[in-house]
Ligand binder design. Structure first.
Ligand SMILES: Nc1ncnc2c1ncn2[C@@H]1O[C@H](COP(=O)(O)OP(=O)(O)O)[C@@H](O)[C@H]1O
Ligand SMILES: [Mg+2]
Length: 414
């Protein structure tokens, strides 16, 4: 029996959206580490999709420390440098209207007035049209606006944290909607801004599910454009926290008074590694299966059934299909087929596939068409986004969660 759950209200299911408030479980140590690092450095928070990056970032924004004032935006739909600058300004303005600091309010008002003035075209527009017109007006001169804006912020008497989610996607968007040059120029300029000595009161926290190295390589930039960032890798929950989360979710959502440790172990073992998203899905489907069968308690058989019939079932393919769809964003048509074969072979070997076997497999598939070193980039991508991990002690790659492994084998191994 678990004895650590109390009578307070616990977390409810959140499957896909950002987990917030009481639904956001733990990550305290990670948040402490990020704040600590931000004292002196800018941070890139790295992890596969659905590990909980955005949830952490939002919690930090809503609970700032060390006298920081935080602004957060998701750069996923930002397509150009000017878009980026406008969004930044717009966020500042909007956030400030909601709960602004009097000093910052004054500073921003002045900054916006001056920036507007230098762009006659937007001198007269109202707030609602501001972003739209502003974006057009600065398209050729975004650097000037950004420098003016940031200059003003450096005069602010508190520390500012910009939290920017999905930075790698922003880089890929610039490539797609403009060209490599635009993306590279932006990356170089942005690094300079972050390094600038007069901006010592400003910090940046970036997140992204796509490997940033992949995005940088794709636009032809050098890795030096991010070598000032301190990288923090988000891991799954520890086993202890994973078990506590399972107990708390079952208590809240299943309304159980007691939860056997056997059931918690069964859930842990079925998922493989305690990534919160997969725990949520298996628990939800198990409770639904239990209710549908008219049962009042969970058993190993119900969990097993829910796993095979529901979690991995056709009706729920949407839970994981994006892991498959994303491959075509990463690779061109030729390579995507090769990468799928590599993933499936990794899934087929229960204990994982050795680096040497993988290399041989790759050579067999591609022959001399692509340099052999390309496999290293591919494996880096797969670790960054596709839940494959490398165990350096035995030199093998394997799936981090049983869920995705079984899912690949079921739907994509023919
Ligand atoms: N701290 C958490 N507590 C509870 N659930 C979480 C937590 N972090 C992530 N999740 C689960 O994972 C899903 C994705 O979380 P999110 O923060 O959007 O991840 P990411 O930004 O890494 O893709 C959530 O919908 C939820 O199911
Ligand atoms: Mg996210």
């Amino acid at each position: 029996m678990v004895d650590h759950i109390n009578d307070e209200e616990g977390p409810s299911f959140v499957i896909g959206n950002i987990a917030r408030g009481i639904d956001m479980w733990d990550r305290d140590a990670e948040i402490d580490e990020i704040w600590k690092t931000l004292k002196n450095d800018n941070v890139l928070l790295k992890a596969c999709r659905r590990f909980g990056k955005s949830s952490i970032m939002l919690k930090m924004k809503e609970n700032p420390r060390h006298d920081f004032i935080c602004f957060m935006f998701d750069a996923e739909s930002t397509k150009s440098p000017e878009d980026f600058v406008v969004t930044l300004l717009d966020k500042l303005r909007a956030e400030n209207e909601l709960n602004g600091d009097a000093n910052l309010k004054k500073l921003l008002k002045k900054a916006i007035r001056i920036i507007k003035k230098s762009f006659n075209a937007i001198d007269q527009v109202g707030i609602s049209e501001f972003s739209l017109k502003f974006r057009d007006a600065i398209s050729s001169d975004w650097r000037k606006v950004a420098v003016e804006l940031i200059d003003y912020l450096s005069g602010f008497n508190r520390k500012i944290l910009f939290i920017i989610d999905e930075l790698p996607q922003l880089i890929l968007n610039m490539k797609q909607h403009h060209d490599n040059n635009v993306a590279c120029e932006f990356l170089n300029w942005f690094r300079e801004v972050r390094q600038s000595h007069n901006l010592s009161n400003i910090r940046w926290l970036f997140g992204g599910s796509i490997g940033i190295e992949h995005a940088i390589k794709k636009v032809g930039a050098q890795n030096t454009v991010i070598n000032d960032l301190s990288i923090i890798v988000l891991k799954p929950y520890s086993d202890k926290i994973g078990r506590e989360f399972i107990a708390a979710l079952l208590k809240q959502e299943g309304k159980f008074r007691e939860i056997s440790s056997g059931i918690i172990e069964k859930i842990m073992n079925t998922v493989g590694s305690p990534v919160p998203y997969f725990l949520q899905i298996l628990i939800k489907e198990s409770l639904d299966t239990m209710n549908a069968a008219g049962e009042a308690t969970l058993t190993n058989e119900i969990i097993e059934d829910a796993y095979h019939e529901s979690v991995l079932g056709v009706a729920k393919r949407a839970y994981f299909e994006h892991f498959y769809d994303r491959l075509s964003d990463y690779y061109d048509n030729n390579e995507v087929e090769i990468v799928k074969q590599i993933i499936v072979e990794t899934a087929r070997k229960e204990g994982g596939i050795s680096k040497a076997d993988l290399s041989d497999l790759y050579k067999t598939i591609v022959g001399d068409k692509i340099p052999g070193t390309r496999i290293n980039d591919i494996m880096a991508d797969l670790q960054n986004e596709f839940y494959i991990v490398y165990d350096h002690t035995i030199g093998t790659y394997r799936f981090l969660t049983n869920v995705l492994r079984d899912w690949w084998l079921r739907y994509h191994s023919d």
